[in-house]
Ligand binder design. Structure first.
Ligand SMILES: *Cc1c(COP(=O)(O)O)cnc(C)c1O
Length: 350
């Protein structure tokens, strides 16, 4: 039995669409799949518009740029996230602020991250943003298709950013999307990612632009994967439930909890274990049983470019990093595989 941590699930539909791009010759940044993928994504999220990009990182960068976040501005972010949430803040010359309750007169935006697919408390965050007149850019790169209350994550803020990297819930090989309801802003983002080209005047570029377009090949994969998204989400949710129920008796294990009103679903199911147990040893022993896992992200303030931005101890971020492990969550895994993993974890920890 081969177990996968986060490997993509690709099948006949993906092959069929990819063949179409090769047969038609439309392999680059123009072609019908780009439009169709964006349209399907827009309809799925129930937003007004979505713009495809080269990556989730590009989606976050172009969002900050378009909202005018730049030099001397501060952006509030969590210390516990993937590095790609934070680097785009530096690209626009702004300052990441790794703390809560950190609003100053320079604060311009909040970037909540739905980490591992766990929806943030968007009601609270939107209230704070409204009160202080701040932009909200949601990093929904790990939470496609997961709801907070009755809406999808990524649809609450001014802009929501998504990723289709190879390990995410759906993949285009590499790619991203910016979505939202501010049609004018999103039309401008569509223009920016296409080298700010004013096509009515040929090769005329009235603004500094970016080459952040998704290709037709990538979009073909994306459209096929969108058609299978609900199947993937169902499987991830079921596997999470198996983990929680089967490991209920293992009292030294704790699952990432959900906020009230948040859907109990994840991109990756993660646990923390009590300090009495050794996380590195657990990981090593699982590996020997053919079970791939991955440590929870290292807090951003551990990395050389960001050490100077450390303003407190971030006890929670560090504690979760030191005790946290992501369990196999690929939709390629069968239910039997998840039960097998639970048995092995019990053997090691009980
Ligand atoms: C994957 C990811 C990104 C960036 O997406 P890419 O498509 O890899 O550029 C950003 N933030 C988080 C939290 C992610 O997991």
């Amino acid at each position: 039995m081969k177990l996968e941590l986060d490997a993509p699930n690709l099948g006949d539909l993906e092959k069929q669409y990819l063949n179409k791009t090769v047969e038609s010759g439309f392999v680059s940044t123009f072609g019908p799949f780009v439009t169709e993928f964006e349209k399907r994504f827009t309809q799925y999220l129930n937003v007004k518009k979505a713009v495809s990009t080269q990556s989730g990182t590009a989606a976050l960068h172009i969002s900050l740029h378009d909202l005018g976040v730049g030099y001397n501005d501060e952006v509030i972010v969590p210390a516990l996230t993937f590095i790609a949430t934070i680097n785009p803040i530096m690209y626009v010359g702004a300052k990441p602020v790794f703390v809560e309750k950190a609003i100053t007169e320079k604060t311009k935006a909040i970037m909540p991250v739905h980490l591992y697919g766990n929806p943030c408390n968007m009601e609270k965050i939107m209230d704070i943003a409204k009160k202080h007149n701040l932009y909200v850019i949601e990093d929904a790169t790990e939470s496609l298709g997961i709801r907070y209350k009755d809406r999808f994550t990524g649809t609450f803020g001014n802009l929501g950013c998504f990723s289709f990297n190879g390990n995410k819930t759906i993949t285009t090989g590499g790619g991203g999307m910016v979505a939202g309801n501010d049609v004018k802003r999103l039309e401008h983002i569509k223009f920016l990612v296409n080298q700010s080209r004013d096509e009515s005047k040929g090769y005329y570029h009235p603004e500094i632009g970016f080459n952040y377009r998704m290709t037709n090949i990538e979009s073909a994969l994306g459209l096929a994967q969108m058609k299978r998204l609900d199947e993937f989400l169902k499987r991830k949710k079921r596997h999470r439930k198996i983990y929680i129920e089967t490991l209920r008796d293992v009292t030294c294990i704790h699952f990432q909890e959900s906020y009230e009103g948040a859907e109990d679903s994840r991109w990756l199911t993660c646990i923390t274990i009590d300090e009495t147990k050794n996380i590195a040893e657990l990981q090593e022993r699982l590996k020997k049983e053919g079970i791939p896992t991955r440590r929870v992200f290292m807090p951003i303030t551990e990395f050389p470019p960001y050490k100077a931005y450390k303003e407190s101890d971030y006890d929670n971020a560090y504690a979760i990093y030191e005790k946290g492990l992501c369990l196999p969550s690929s939709t390629l895994n069968a239910d039997d595989g998840i039960y097998y993993i639970c048995d092995k974890i019990k053997e090691i920890l009980l």
